[in-house]
Design a protein around this ligand. Structure first.
Ligand code: PRE
Length: 416
């Protein structure tokens, strides 16, 4: 029987498709040209191999360095070191035509077109999250690492890559919400990237309806937010009787910023109280999530796994594809049940390498990847034995991470 390395957890039998690496790049903030952000660009323009990617980074880094010189001249010698929440951010200079529209001195999200330079940073842990300042993900990063330097990214994929290329040390990304369910994109990305889950954060999420100062509820014809936030408030919004269309945007705080920047008097955003403060919006309604105990679970990702321990409650996350056969899923799950290991989550996603299997009679079966979280540490013999057994029924198995459970006592009034 093949042994399982509790650190790498790697007992892959099949090759999982790795998505082509899209391009990344560093850019400046719209309103604050000295600040770094990372965002996504057309992947076809980016190098696809590691080598191409590193060359691309080096070229952009030298551009950034020369632009930093120019920026210092413009600033009259001021170094242009920016801060978010009092923390130093990655500071870069404007790239041509930077729009100085937004009045908010906050970093614009990282984007693939922006990744270029080894960031200037001190000893603070740099934590990538998706969204802009004021997003719940930023709060989750702060809960995980209270003194960290949060790094906003415009897409989940960018946050993964920020860690992979050392622009960030960790990424904190949402995987599920108690009302809205799973964030499938991140499940898919966990498999495409080789980062390890080293922790989890459960964040109570209290949504507010925000609008420009002076705007009244009856002026609102459009509500914008992250799709998860829209879904978490669906019933409450219906009960409020607002005659407003709903539109999905990249993140909650980004919705607030958009309203403020564009002076939209007919639009409201679902976002956090902190987003209201940051973007100068008023709160039309508070606590509009459909359930007061609304919680989003985030995973913390790192380049290296942590050493699993047994002196505190641990959770382990795995992903597998089942071998052809009958009752395979039942057998896999029984491996945990027989050892009294509690499962906390099971999620299935299309097996994109092999989406359909045609049976002998011609019937087409959909193929899935199963993600399972269970309450045990990979340091425990029962977990190792369970996985050794699971391996017998699976064509592919990967341990995504074994990490301490978030045991923070929960209070409904605990806002992000
Ligand atoms: O838009 C944000 O503020 C986020 O941090 C994203 C996100 C999510 O993806 O689920 C995080 C927490 C809430 O559940 C709503 C949105």
């Amino acid at each position: 029987m093949q042994s399982i390395n509790p650190l790498s957890g790697s007992i892959d039998k099949s090759i999982v498709r790795i998505a082509s690496t899209p391009g990344l790049g560093l850019t400046n903030h719209r309103s604050s040209p000295n600040r770094l952000t990372v965002k996504c660009v057309d992947s076809t323009k980016a190098g696809r191999t590691r080598h191409e990617w590193q060359s691309c980074c080096a070229v952009l880094a030298s551009k950034v360095a020369s632009q930093q010189q120019d920026s210092k001249k413009i600033d009259g010698g001021i170094t242009g070191v920016a801060t978010v929440n009092g923390h130093q951010t990655l500071d870069l200079v404007p790239i041509n035509g930077a729009v100085a529209k937004s009045p908010f001195a906050l970093p614009k999200p990282l984007s693939i077109s922006d990744f270029s330079a080894v960031p200037l940073h001190g000893s603070q842990l740099r934590v990538a999250y998706q969204g802009v300042p004021g997003a719940y993900s930023e709060a989750a990063a702060g809960k995980a690492y209270p003194n960290c330097e949060p790094i906003p990214c415009d897409q989940f994929e960018v946050a993964f890559q920020a860690v992979e290329i050392w622009i960030a040390d960790r990424a904190v990304l949402p995987v599920e919400n108690s009302l809205g369910g799973s964030i499938h994109r991140n499940y898919d990305l966990l498999l495409r990237h080789r980062l390890h889950i080293v922790g989890e954060v459960q964040l109570p999420v209290h949504h507010c309806l925000l609008a420009l100062p002076g705007v009244r509820m009856e002026h609102i014809t459009r509500i914008i937010s992250h799709p998860q936030a829209l879904s978490q408030c669906e019933n409450t919004l219906t009960k409020m009787g607002l005659n407003a269309s709903r539109e999905a945007v990249d993140d909650t705080a980004g919705a607030a910023e958009y309203i403020a920047t564009n002076n939209l008097r007919n639009t409201a955003a679902i976002a956090s109280a902190r987003a209201a403060e940051l973007y100068g919006l008023q709160t039309l309604a508070k606590g509009i999530q459909d359930d007061s105990s609304n919680v989003t679970r985030f995973v913390i990702l790192s380049r290296e796994p942590i050493i699993p321990r047994m002196d505190r409650p641990f959770k382990t996350s795995i992903v597998f594809a089942q071998e052809k056969g009958t009752n395979i899923l039942f057998k896999v799950l029984s491996s945990f049940a027989f050892r009294n290991i509690n499962l906390t989550k099971i999620e299935s996603r299309p097996h994109r390498n092999l989406p359909i299997r045609v049976e002998d009679g011609g019937a087409k079966q959909f193929e899935y990847l199963f993600y399972v979280d269970f309450e045990a540490s990979m340091a425990e013999e029962r977990a190792q034995n369970a996985l050794a057994e699971v391996e017998e029924f699976t064509s592919f198995l990967r341990v995504l991470g074994s990490y301490p459970m978030d045991m923070t006592p929960w209070r409904p009034d605990m806002e992000e």
